[in-house]
Design a protein around this ligand. Structure first.
Ligand code: HEC
Length: 104
């Protein structure tokens, strides 16, 4: 599939939480709560996946890494991931310095 150039709307750029490196948008609280317990959220921010691939990753963690069921939060978490860490938003974010990442 051809990659489209990301639209540049600098005025509209979402805020990034300096602690986690995650975009602070709808669903952020849930992702921060559920997804930074076992590993650094940089595993999320360095990824770019479709909704289906994010779901597969979650299922994989549930099946093999003891990730708990996400219940009602799951669709919201998937929306957030696919919106901000989907294939098309790739590499518009500045990388986060490793020393800014929280310790596991
Ligand atoms: C119960 C522990 C646990 C929780 C909670 C958890 N993960 Fe993971 N996750 C893991 C482990 C273990 C790995 C493998 C880490 C490694 O290889 O270093 C992993 C790996 C990943 C990867 C990398 C997968 C790959 O193929 O490279 C991503 C992306 C990821 N997790 C996203 C998430 C998201 C999104 C959430 C919240 C829904 C989440 N994780 C919550 C345990 C967890």
């Amino acid at each position: 599939m051809a990659q489209k150039k990301p639209a540049s709307h600098t005025a509209n750029q979402p805020q990034i939480d300096p602690q986690s490196g995650l975009v602070m948008a709808e669903g952020y609280n849930m992702v921060a709560a559920h997804c930074s317990a076992c590993h650094s959220p940089s595993l999320i921010t360095q990824n770019a996946m479709s909704r289906e691939r994010w779901l597969e990753t979650i299922r994989w963690m549930q099946n093999t890494q003891k990730l708990w069921p996400l219940g009602d939060a799951e669709p919201l978490i998937l929306d957030y991931l696919a919106t901000w860490y989907g294939p098309k938003t790739q590499s518009r974010r500045p990388p986060l310095a490793p020393h800014l990442l929280p310790k596991p």
